[in-house]
Ligand binder design. Structure first.
Ligand code: PLP
Length: 388
C-alpha cells in the first residue's frame, strides 16, 4: 500500500471520512426505511435522518430546511437550477448569463438551452480568473432571467465575488445561481448576505459519499419557481421525484457537519501546506501560478510550467502522486482545459499545467515528497529538452 501514489486530487473527489462511513452504516441495514413511508417506524426513522441533514445543510448556508432539494450531485443540481428556471421563466425572458470558467455541468445545460432558442452570454474572466463586474453589469438585458456564477473554481480554486454579484442581480430582479460544489464546507456561504437564489451542492468533494447532492431553492423574497426535470412521486416538493437515498443523505449531513466544525483550522493548515509546496516549486525558473494568489481555495495550487511537455510531465509524476493535468477534466477528451484557456493561456501552456488539490488527509511529509519529486521531474525533462 505504501507504494500507492500520494493522493493530491481533492478537487476531483475525496475519500469518505471514517466518521461519515460510521454514521451511514446503520441506514443501509437497520434503519433502511423509505423516508416517504408515513405509516410506520421504519419510515419515521429514515425521515428523521433526512430531516437532520436538511437542517445541517440549511444552517451551513443560512437557508431553511424546506429550501433544500436533494439530488444525485452537483451535476443534477446545476441542470435542475438552470433548465428548471429557463422553463419556468421563459415568458419573462430568454437570456442567461454565465462565465467561461464554469464547470461543464453549467456550461452544457446552457448550450442545450441555446439549441431551444435561449440566448446565452458567456462572460470572459480576467487573467487572475476573477469575473470583471463591469463586464457583468454590461451583460444584463431586460430579458435576462438568470445569472450563474460558481463559488469556487474546480481547476484554479478562484473564489468569485458572490455578494457583489448577488447584489447586482437582486437590484435587477434577476435570479442568481451559484455552483458551490467546491465551496461547501471550505469557505463561508450565506444565501441571505450573498443574495443567492439557487445553490448547487455535492457531498463527495467534502469527504462525503458520491452520488448525493442538493439544490438550495429560495422560498421567500423572491420565491423561486422551478420546472421539475424529473417527474414521478412528487418528492422534494415536486421539484425532484425519486425515493430519497437515506444512507447517502446521512453521510452528506455528517460530512458537512465535520467540515464546518473544522473549517477555520483546516483552511489554515491547507494554506500552510500550499504555501510550502509553492515556495519550493517556484524556486525553479518558469513556474507560473494559475488564478488569483489569495482569493482562492486554501487547498488549491494550480501551476503552469515552461519548457516541459505536459504529457511527459504527468507520466513522470504519476508513480509518486495523483494529480490532474491541464487537459479537460473529463477523461474522455484530451482538449486543453477551457478554464486555463480562459485565462489567456496557449494550448501548450494549458497542457503543461498541474493542479495540486491538497486535502484533509495530506501531511507535511507528503507535501515535501511531492515538492521534491515535482522539482526533479521538471529539471530532468528540461535537461532532456536541451540535449535533443
Ligand atoms: C465536481 C463538480 C461538479 C459535479 O458534481 P457531481 O456531484 O460530481 O455531479 C460540478 N461543479 C463543480 C464546480 C464541481 O467541482
Amino acid at each position: 500500500m505504501s507504494s500507492r501514489p500520494i493522493y493530491l486530487d481533492s478537487h476531483a473527489t475525496t475519500p469518505v471520512d471514517e466518521r461519515v462511513v460510521a454514521a451511514m452504516l446503520p441506514y443501509f441495514t437497520e434503519h433502511f426505511g423509505n423516508p416517504s413511508s408515513i405509516n410506520h417506524l421504519y419510515g419515521w426513522e429514515a425521515e428523521a435522518a433526512v430531516k437532520q441533514t436538511r437542517e445541517i445543510l440549511a444552517a451551513a448556508i443560512n437557508a431553511t430546511p424546506e429550501e433544500i432539494v436533494f439530488t444525485s450531485g452537483a451535476t443534477e443540481a446545476n441542470n435542475l437550477a438552470i433548465k428548471g428556471v429557463a422553463e419556468a421563466y421563459f415568458q419573462k425572458g430568454q437570456h442567461i448569463i454565465t462565465v467561461a470558467t464554469e464547470h461543464s455541468a453549467v456550461l452544457d445545460p446552457c448550450k442545450y438551452l441555446k439549441t431551444l432558442g435561449f440566448e446565452i452570454t458567456i462572460l470572459p474572466v480576467q487573467k487572475d480568473g476573477l469575473l470583471d463586474l463591469t463586464e457583468l453589469e454590461k451583460a444584463f438585458r431586460p430579458e435576462t432571467i438568470l445569472v450563474s456564477v460558481m463559488a469556487a473554481n474546480n481547476e484554479i480554486g478562484v473564489l468569485q465575488p458572490l455578494a457583489e454579484i448577488g447584489a447586482m442581480c437582486r437590484e435587477r430582479n434577476v435570479l442568481f445561481h451559484t455552483d458551490a460544489a467546491q465551496a461547501i464546507g471550505k469557505i463561508p456561504l450565506d444565501v441571505q448576505a450573498m443574495k443567492i437564489d439557487l445553490m448547487s451542492l455535492t457531498a463527495h468533494k467534502v469527504y462525503g459519499p458520491k452520488g448525493i447532492g442538493a439544490l438550495y431553492v429560495r422560498r421567500r423574497n423572491p420565491r423561486v419557481q422551478l420546472a421539475p426535470q424529473q417527474h414521478g412521486g412528487g418528492h422534494e416538493r415536486g421539484m425532484r421525484s425519486g425515493t430519497l437515498y437515506t444512507p447517502q443523505i446521512v453521510g452528506f449531513g455528517k460530512a458537512v457537519e465535520i467540515a464546518l466544525e473544522e473549517q477555520a483550522t483546516e483552511s489554515q493548515r491547507l494554506t500552510q501546506l500550499r504555501q510550502r509546496l509553492w515556495e519550493k516549486i517556484s524556486q525553479l525558473e518558469g513556474i507560473h501560478l494559475n488564478g488569483h494568489p489569495t482569493q482562492r481555495l486554501s487547498g488549491n495550487l494550480s501551476i503552469s510550467i515552461e519548457g516541459v511537455d505536459g504529457s511527459a510531465l504527468l507520466l513522470g509524476l504519476q508513480p509518486v502522486m495523483a494529480v490532474s493535468s491541464g487537459s479537460a477534466c473529463s477523461s474522455v477528451t484530451t482538449a486543453p482545459s477551457h478554464v486555463l484557456m480562459a485565462l489567456g493561456h496557449s494550448e501548450q501552456q494549458a497542457y503543461a499545467s498541474i493542479r495540486f488539490g491538497i486535502g484533509r488527509f495530506n501531511t507535511i511529509e507528503e507535501i515535501d515528497k511531492v515538492a521534491e519529486h515535482t522539482i526533479s521531474t521538471i529539471q530532468s525533462l528540461r535537461k532532456q529538452a536541451l540535449t535533443v
